[in-house]
Design a protein around this ligand. Structure first.
Ligand code: ATP
Length: 367
């Protein structure tokens, strides 16, 4: 009997070499049924290679891949419960929207009526019923994306692989389509694996993210985990903005560590990470929105004086570059006035200011 508690996908020690070049090294991942899982990384990190392996277009040089409890080593692409949606959508220009959606069903053992019913159901799912008889060039980019999605889902795959699914859309449409994609995934319950180089897209769409770098998975976790608890300088820098400073560990007490930061001029309290040693050189990383800026000196620890050098006002928030006595610059992202009548922003150009941060939001990185 099928073990429903076992992970839906298990990638075990997978590696891929193209001649001397190692495109993937010892990748180990488990992905649950019904998850949206993102493979995130820069160009050439191996994410597409991994996706193609799941589809069966590429075989791993080392390691094994299980889908739904079955070893995929000898399973050709067409026998896998998987469908891949390409970045280009690969729609047939001479076919109507409905014909494109039904194309993959041609070789299924289905009656014509059942096929037509499935196409109707899929068009309804992606809200394209009124466009059924149009050709791809007669619909918008976002609609074409939905046709490709409907075609991919028509064959009822257990796993849908999406290669940069939103890359061809402009920014506004992309945001809207992200939510649509999530809603369609929820309604169908199909497991989605999405390849993207866009960290915001991964953060919005995915239940969990694998951050990849040079063929290696650097961290796997929920978006909040990756953002709040990056395990390395690479992950911290890849996801969102962050400022990094060299620090030396003075003392570790429970979940906090006292560190000396030369550029801040003194000692500061940060969140301890496992295995910290006294005297160790580490990186203290701070996200711009975790730093408070004020013209009056706040109470408590982790207070640094500085002067506003640059300011970008965005209406609802402002981005500051504040120079410290050491000459170092710190980026601060602050929300502007929340109430009517308050001054528009907490500080102005050239203002002498106080910066402060909570110990829990200062990340210490050893790798
Ligand atoms: P991108 O976002 O640019 O598509 P990616 O992370 O998807 O990047 P992959 O396409 O997986 O990267 O490629 C990983 C590395 O393996 C790249 O350096 C690429 O040049 C190399 N590579 C991929 N396929 C082959 C191949 N068939 N032969 C040789 N090298 C390859």
């Amino acid at each position: 009997m099928q073990d429903l508690t076992a992970p839906f996908i298990r990638i075990e020690g997978v590696g891929e070499s193209f001649g001397q070049f190692e495109a993937l090294r010892d990748v180990n991942l488990t992905i649950d049924r019904g998850e949206i899982f993102a493979l995130l990384g820069g160009s050439g990190c191996g994410k597409t290679t991994l996706l193609r392996m799941l589809a069966g277009f590429e075989s791993p040089t080392r390691g094994r891949i299980f889908i739904d409890g079955q070893d995929m080593v000898d399973t050709p692409p067409w026998e896998r419960p998987v469908h891949m949606m390409f970045q280009s959508y690969a729609l047939f220009p001479h076919m109507s929207v409905a014909q494109n959606v039904g194309y993959g069903l041609k070789h299924e053992k289905m009656t014509r009526a059942a096929r037509e019913a499935r196409v109707e159901e899929m068009l309804d799912l992606v809200q394209l019923t009124p466009f059924a008889s149009r050709k791809p060039h007669q619909i918008s980019g976002g609609q074409r994306q939905r046709v490709a999605l409907a075609r991919a889902l028509a064959r009822q795959p257990k796993l849908l692989l999406l290669d940069e699914p939103l890359a061809a859309l402009d920014k506004k449409l992309r945001e809207h389509t992200q939510f649509e994609l999530m809603s369609i995934q929820q309604r169908t319950g199909v497991t989605f694996i999405v390849v993207t180089h866009d960290q915001e897209e991964a953060m919005t769409l995915a239940d969990r993210i694998a951050v990849m770098d040079k063929g290696v998975v650097r961290q796997v976790g929920a978006p909040t985990e990756i953002y709040e608890y990056p395990n390395s300088r690479f992950v911290a820098g890849f996801i969102g903005a962050i400022s990094s400073f060299t620090a030396r560990v003075l003392r570790v007490a429970g979940d906090q560590a006292e560190v000396e930061v030369a550029e801040f001029g003194g000692s500061f309290t940060a969140r301890a990470t496992p295995g910290l040693r006294e005297g160790q050189e580490v990186t203290l990383a701070l996200r711009p929105e975790k730093i408070a800026i004020s013209k009056t000196r706040p109470e408590g620890v982790n207070v640094i004086p500085g002067q506003v050098k640059d300011l970008a006002y965005f209406g609802k928030d402002s981005l500051y570059r504040v120079s410290l006595a050491s000459g170092a610059l710190l980026s601060v992202h602050a929300v502007n006035a929340r109430r009517a009548g308050e001054a528009g922003r907490p500080a102005d150009w050239d203002d002498e200011v106080w910066l402060s941060f909570e110990p829990g939001s200062a990340i210490l990185l050893t790798e």
